[in-house]
Design a protein around this ligand. Structure first.
Ligand code: FAD
Length: 129
C-alpha cells in the first residue's frame, strides 16, 4: 500500500470529546489516547496500530472562532440548501465544505467530496476561459 492510499482515521468518541476529559491534554497525549481507544475498539494490538500512524492533526473545534464547535445540518424543508450553497457565483467564486454536500453533509467525507467537486468546477471554468 502506498503512503497516499493509507486510509485516514478520525477518532472522536462522545466521552473523549467532552470538554472536561479533553481539557489539559496536549495534542500528542490525545493521539495516544485515540490509539488506545481505537485499538481496543477494533481489537488490534496497540503497538501495531501505533506503528501504522504516519501523521496526525488535531483541531479544537470548540476553540475555533470560525466553527465554535459546530457543523451544518439540514432543517425541515431544507432540501436543496446544500446545492444552493455549492452554486458558484459569477463563474468566479467556487464553494467547498461539508455544508455544500447533500449526500454526506456534516462529515469529513462530505468535505472531501465537496473539495473534489469544487476543483472540477474550477478546472472546467478555466478550460473555457
Ligand atoms: C465536535 C465535532 C465532531 C465531529 N465528528 C465527526 C466524525 O466523527 N466524523 C466525521 O466524518 N465528521 C465529523 N465532524 C464533522 C467534520 O469535522 C466536518 O464536517 C469537516 O471537518 C468539515 O470540513 P470543512 O473543510 O467543510 O470545514 P472545516 O473543517 O470546518 O474547515 C473550515 C475552515 O475554515 C476556517 N474559516 C471559517 N471561516 C473563515 C474565514 N472567514 N476566514 C478564514 N478562515 C475561515 C475555519 O477556521 C476552518 O479551519 C465533526 C465535527 C464536530 C464539530
Amino acid at each position: 500500500m502506498s503512503r497516499s492510499s493509507v486510509p485516514g482515521l478520525r477518532v472522536c468518541q462522545p466521552r473523549a470529546c467532552s470538554r472536561s476529559t479533553l481539557a489539559g491534554h496536549t495534542a500528542d497525549q490525545l493521539v495516544e489516547r485515540a490509539i488506545d481507544d481505537f485499538a481496543a475498539t477494533v481489537d488490534v494490538p496497540r503497538a501495531r496500530l501505533a506503528s501504522a500512524v504516519r501523521h496526525h492533526h488535531f483541531h479544537d473545534y470548540r476553540a475555533d472562532p470560525c466553527a465554535r464547535g459546530a457543523y451544518s445540518y439540514t432543517r425541515v424543508s431544507g432540501t436543496g440548501a446544500a446545492e444552493g450553497l455549492a452554486r458558484p457565483l459569477g463563474g468566479r467564486l467556487f464553494f467547498a465544505g461539508e455544508a455544500t454536500n447533500a449526500d454526506y453533509e456534516g462529515s469529513v467525507a462530505g468535505a472531501l467530496a465537496s473539495g473534489a467537486r469544487a476543483a472540477r468546477e474550477v478546472l472546467r471554468m478555466s478550460r473555457r476561459a
